[in-house]
Write a protein that binds this ligand. Structure first.
Ligand SMILES: NC(=O)c1ccc[n+]([C@@H]2O[C@H](COP(=O)([O-])OP(=O)(O)OC[C@H]3O[C@@H](n4cnc5c(N)ncnc54)[C@H](O)[C@@H]3O)[C@@H](O)[C@H]2O)c1
Length: 267
């Protein structure tokens, strides 16, 4: 451990992963723990949260696994209370939950639009609603939200709700950051590009390539300027910086972790 987050308490949502391997939230939880943070690992899937707890504990870290659906206001309140009761404070709120559903406004069912906006945007509204008063009372806190390049640029997939929600998340985060800028609370966004996480095999391959994982990976690698996707650790290291005191003068901004994807689209 190098202690970049020594003794800080980090509440991480979506701290498991949808399938075997390293999702962004799981890698972030393990990395934060390696840097000395105590982890409150929340996930809608108790088993996924438990898996992260086991990984953290196996390396000598401290972790509580907690089942919560972050689109459910009562569950989010319980989650934040659970973190405070386990560890006494919340230094870092890492909002990692998110995901896409395919379609434009014509094809997408209204219920799918609502659910996707709830998953990617309302979830962060709810966690901030509950956690900000805790951070304000402490006089200190760091919020790190996870958006997506889908909210920055069009890369050929029609994901209208996801694009809108992730773009909205960037402005939501800036708004919170500015509202709390004199109260010791920072808020920033990590914007991942195409990453090779368990989600790719679990959902993306089925969504776009009839379940053909090899084809999906080749296609996604080919789309990236570097010729390959990033991985969960790339996202985790950016989140680590923003969550740490090294970023004490950094707020209301974004770090793109996209291997040049957005810059290429803009040129
Ligand atoms: N993988 C990529 O290529 C990519 C690219 C850009 C952005 N992102 C973003 O990164 C974040 C995480 O991606 P990932 O690939 O690690 O995700 P993932 O799909 O592996 O999900 C992580 C965890 O979130 C949990 N979860 C899902 N819905 C939840 C809910 N309502 N409440 C609580 N937990 C819930 C899942 O059970 C899972 O364990 C998302 O916000 C996603 O939009 C991913």
């Amino acid at each position: 451990m190098t202690g970049r987050l020594q003794d800080k308490v980090a509440l991480i949502t979506g701290a498991g992963s949808v399938a075997e391997g390293w999702g962004n939230g799981k890698a972030t939880a393990v990395l934060f723990a390696r840097e000395g943070a105590k982890i409150f690992a929340a996930d809608i899937n108790q088993e996924a949260a438990d898996e992260t707890r086991r990984l953290v504990e196996a390396e000598g870290g401290s972790c509580v696994a907690f089942a919560a659906d972050v689109t459910d206001a009562a569950a989010v309140t319980r989650m934040v209370e659970g973190c405070v009761s386990a560890y006494g404070r919340i230094d870092i709120l890492h909002n990692n939950v998110g995901g896409s559903v395919p379609g434009g406004p014509v094809e997408m069912a209204e219920a799918d639009w609502d659910a996707n906006i709830d998953l990617n945007l309302k979830s962060v509204f709810l966690t901030c609603k509950s956690a900000l008063p805790v951070m304000e009372a402490q006089g200190k806190g760091a919020i790190v939200n996870v958006a997506s390049i889908a909210g920055m640029t069009y890369y050929g997939s029609d994901l209208i709700a996801y694009r809108a929600a992730k773009a909205g998340l960037v402005q939501f985060t800036r708004g919170v950051a500015m509202q709390y800028v004199r109260r010791g609370i920072r808020a920033n966004t990590v914007i991942p590009g195409l990453m090779y996480t368990p989600l790719v095999a679990h959902r993306v391959a089925g969504q776009y390539h009839g379940g053909d994982l090899e084809k999906t990976v080749a296609r996604r690698n080919d789309m990236c300027p570097m010729g390959h996707m990033g991985d969960a650790w790339d996202v985790a290291y950016a989140a680590l910086y923003l969550a740490s005191d090294e970023a004490k003068y950094v707020t209301a901004t974004e770090i793109l972790v996209d291997g040049g994807f957005t810059a290429r689209s803009a040129t």
